[in-house]
Design a protein around this ligand. Structure first.
Ligand SMILES: Nc1nc2c(ncn2[C@@H]2O[C@H](COP(=O)(O)OP(=O)(O)OP(=O)(O)O)[C@@H](O)[C@H]2O)c(=O)[nH]1
Length: 796
């Protein structure tokens, strides 16, 4: 029984202040919290200097201070001391109370006595009441006020348990024990009867509250050995005192050892505040405080747990295999720790606090769980993307691929989730799963849209290639049944493309309206290609018409360039060329993809080609059919060139082709004259003499001719005036010729230079005149076109 083991400590000082730190240290040193319910609390009360500390020290091996007998009787125990019984199982906490009836506190000050008595009754299983043998049966014995106080304060405890009151009779005499006990019990009963009780407990017997036990010891001072012997026997009653039938056998109100610290503090606080002490409520309070403390401690340990922190860090980095099991293991550990530590506390309280702990612990780990779900979701989504791509590479139907890949990914999510699920939590992955489904659908929709766009683009390209150039070619040729051919081409190519397109679209399993819309769109596109081409060519109609005119006008039936010899019928050829150009205009005037009959060509022929004589006959009956902005029987959106525009274009066309006709006519004329107009013999001689160019210059230039003529007249007058003889004449002629031949080339050369200057001037002025004429023509035709269009627009 070593001194150090009992850890004797002052719990409450004489001023009534509880030393919580000392209590905490004491409880830790005796490791009471590990005892659960297996511990007993024994306290002793009795008159001052009645050998209480001596008895406890011998009984429990404690080292409470004892009074030195040689110094006289004075108070040694002040306040309440606490120690652990040495060598006694289970753990027995011993309280040594300040003696009652002490001179130090004065006669009237019983407050601390009452408080300490109530405190001892509240926390003890066994209360030793130390009393002198000679006081038994005495009317004014010191123990009577003490007992009265015990019973009175007991009324303030709403305790369901029975406390054992062990009366220890000190310095027993030779009076038989049976007699002593009987007298004592009678005294106790008398005191109990005199104690005022609440109405409900008026008739309650003392035995309802206490187990009364009585023992007697010889004097320690006089019969020390016998005293020690009998104390040793008494000590045996404290071993396994908590067993049923033992001194501390009633365990109903016991506070779990880990709540002892809280319980002691709280009870003392309530007593100091002079409030009633409701032990059952107190037990709940202690349970609440302790369970909460334990729960907080477990949560704190969990949040700094090494395994948990490692798991949390790993989850941030990526998916963790066996996440659910690992987390469950950690949670289990702390929850079972809680269960173990709160096992003796009130069930209702500990369950409620456990739920709180579990909920807070799950709250702590929930983000990691969510992160894991995020990993699962992104993995499943990635798998879906890869699988879909591969599936499309092997040309499986798109919708079928999406279905299969989606099922595979969701199955993988579900399978992997079993590894992530936390048993402690009823967390539902359905929201994340829904999000995954949504992501899969969104990705599938995006890929579908992209694939459909590609498919559409490829068929549009196919249609464009199949229609654009052929339509252009057909328009260019503008035969009798141009639109028939275009319609045939359009129908064939469109049907061909739509058949392939529909077949490809069926792989996407589109809903009926979408499918039909896409097919209709492609059909519209095909029509659009034709319409666009016609409009494009229509915008260049004047050029096309002029080309056509030029082709027909300048080439013969064998497509050989025509030479205007004068034998050709320019009028007929012009009419043919114009008719061909008009045909082109008629073809491009409107889009006839719907095979609706129209009389555009007839109207144009009648209005533009027929001779004024024919028209004059009918003009009174019908107005100008081209004075309109719409074609009869042709919808506005099918109109490419309006009647008014046709009229204006035709006018411009005619104006711009007139020059070619005039040239053809003049070419014919030139050809005719070139055959008849041979130079006279003298001119041939002059040409030979002067050279053809100079001769032609003399002829063409009126100035040279005038000079030559004057020169001739002067020569002739001189000839006759002088009446020159034949020889002289010959000589003169010879001389004139010689002179001419000597000077004429020089004169001609000077004249030619002058003529060149004049000719260049003449050419420049001619080309200026021609340009001015051309500009005037164009301006007038543009003005007329504009005025026609304005006339059309004005009504609207
Ligand atoms: N007559 C007699 N004296 C005893 C007995 N036991 C102890 N004493 C003596 O009584 C004196 C007081 O002993 P304590 O043990 O200090 O008594 P106490 O009740 O603890 O005293 P306080 O703590 O001051 O109230 C000492 O001198 C003891 O030797 C006993 O059985 N009979």
């Amino acid at each position: 029984m070593g001194e150090e083991n009992c850890a004797s400590t002052q719990l409450i000082d004489r001023n009534g202040v509880l030393n919580a730190d000392a209590l905490d240290m004491f409880l830790k040193s005796v490791r009471l919290s590990e005892c659960g319910l297996s511990y007993a609390v024994v306290s002793i009360m009795g008159p001052q200097s009645s050998g209480k500390s001596t008895l406890l020290n011998h009984l429990f091996g404690t080292n409470f201070r004892e009074m030195d007998a040689y110094r006289g009787r004075s108070q040694t125990t002040k306040g309440i001391w606490i120690a652990k019984g040495v060598g006694i199982e289970p753990c027995t906490i011993v309280l040594d109370l300040e003696g009652t009836d002490g001179r130090e506190r004065g006669e009237d000050d019983t407050t601390f006595e009452k408080q300490s008595t109530l405190f001892a009754l509240a926390i003890s299983d066994i209360v030793l009441i130390n009393m002198w043998c000679h006081d038994i049966g005495r009317e004014h014995a010191a123990n009577k006020p003490l007992l009265k106080m015990v019973f009175q304060v007991m009324m303030r405890l709403f305790s369901p348990r029975k406390t054992t009151l062990l009366f220890v009779i000190r310095d027993k005499t030779k009076t038989p024990m049976e007699h002593l006990e009987q007298v004592l019990r009678e005294d106790i009963q008398k005191i109990w009867n005199t104690v005022s009780k609440p109405q409900a407990h008026k008739e309650t017997p003392l035995s309802e509250y206490f187990n009364l036990e009585v023992t007697a010891l010889p004097s320690y001072e006089e019969k020390e050995n016998l005293f020690k012997e009998q104390v040793a026997q008494l000590r045996q009653r404290f071993i396994h005192s908590i067993a049923p039938g033992g001194l501390a056998g009633d365990r109903r109100g016991v506070v779990p050892a880990s709540g002892f610290f809280v319980s002691v503090q709280e009870i003392w606080k309530v007593i100091r505040e002079n409030k009633d002490l409701d032990l059952p409520a107190h037990k709940i309070m202690v349970a609440t405080v302790r369970c909460e403390e334990i729960a907080n401690e477990k949560l704190s340990c969990l949040s700094s747990d090494k395994d948990w922190l490692e798991l949390e860090a790993s989850v941030q980095a990526g998916p963790v295999s066996g996440f659910g099991k690992k987390l469950d293991f950690i949670l289990n550990f702390y929850l079972s720790e809680y269960d173990r530590e709160t096992i003796y506390f009130d069930d209702g309280v500990k369950i409620a606090k456990r739920q709180q702990l579990e909920s807070r612990a799950l709250q702590l780990v929930h983000p990691a769980f969510q992160t894991m779900l995020g990993h699962l979701r992104s993995k499943a989504l990635d798998k879906f993307k890869i699988n879909l791509e591969q599936s499309m590479k092997i040309r499986r139907g798109f919708a079928e691929s999406v279905r299969t890949c989606s099922q595979t990914s969701l199955l993988e999510f579900d399978t992997r989730y079993t590894d992530v699920a936390v048993k402690h939590a009823d967390w539902n992955p359905s929201k994340v799963r829904e999000k995954l489904c949504h992501d899969i659908e969104a990705h599938a929709a995006s890929v579908r849209s992209s694939e459909l766009s590609k498919l559409k683009a490829s068929y549009e390209k196919q249609i464009t290639e199949a229609l654009e150039e052929p339509v252009e070619s057909l328009l260019d040729s503008s035969t009798q049944d141009t639109w028939g051919s275009i319609r045939k081409l359009y129908k064939h190519e469109t049907e061909n493309a739509l058949s392939g397109y529909s077949s490809s679209l069926s792989d996407f399993e589109l809903d009926s309206p979408t499918f039909h819309k896409m097919v209709a769109d492609l059909k519209d596109y095909a029509r659009g290609v034709v319409v666009r081409k016609v409009r494009e060519e229509g915008s260049k109609i004047l050029i096309h018409m002029k080309d056509r005119f030029s082709t027909v006008f300048s080439h013969d039936k064998d497509s050989m360039p025509r030479v205007w010899t004068g034998k050709e019928d320019v009028k007929r050829i012009t009419k043919e060329a114009r008719a061909a150009a008009l045909k082109l205009l008629a073809v491009m005037a409107a889009i006839r993809l719907d095979d609706q009959p129209d009389n555009i060509e007839n109207i144009l022929n009648y209005s533009l080609m027929d001779s004024p004589v024919i028209k004059k006959k009918t003009v009174e009956v019908s107005p100008d059919p081209l004075a309109s902005s719409t074609w009869e029987g042709v919808l506005p959106h099918n109109t490419v060139i309006t009647p008014v525009q046709c009229k204006s274009i035709w006018k411009q066309f005619k104006a711009e082709t007139e020059y070619a006709i005039a040239q053809a006519i003049s070419a014919q004329e030139a050809h005719k004259h070139s055959n008849r107009w041979l130079p006279p013999p003298w001119a041939i001689v002059a040409i030979a003499f002067l050279g053809f160019n100079e001769f032609m210059m003399l002829l063409r230039n009126p100035l040279y001719l005038l000079i030559l003529f004057i020169f001739f007249l002067l020569s002739r007058a001189l000839w006759f005036k002088l009446n020159i003889s034949g020889e002289f004449q010959n000589g003169m002629l010879s001389g004139l010729f010689a002179l001419s031949s000597r000077f004429l080339p020089s004169v001609i050369s000077i004249l030619r230079r002058l003529a060149d200057q004049g000719h260049r001037y003449h050419q420049t002025s001619q080309s200026l005149q021609q340009s001015t004429r051309c500009i005037t023509q164009r301006s007038s035709s543009s003005l007329s076109t504009l005025s026609s269009e304005v006339e059309v627009l004005e009504p609207s």
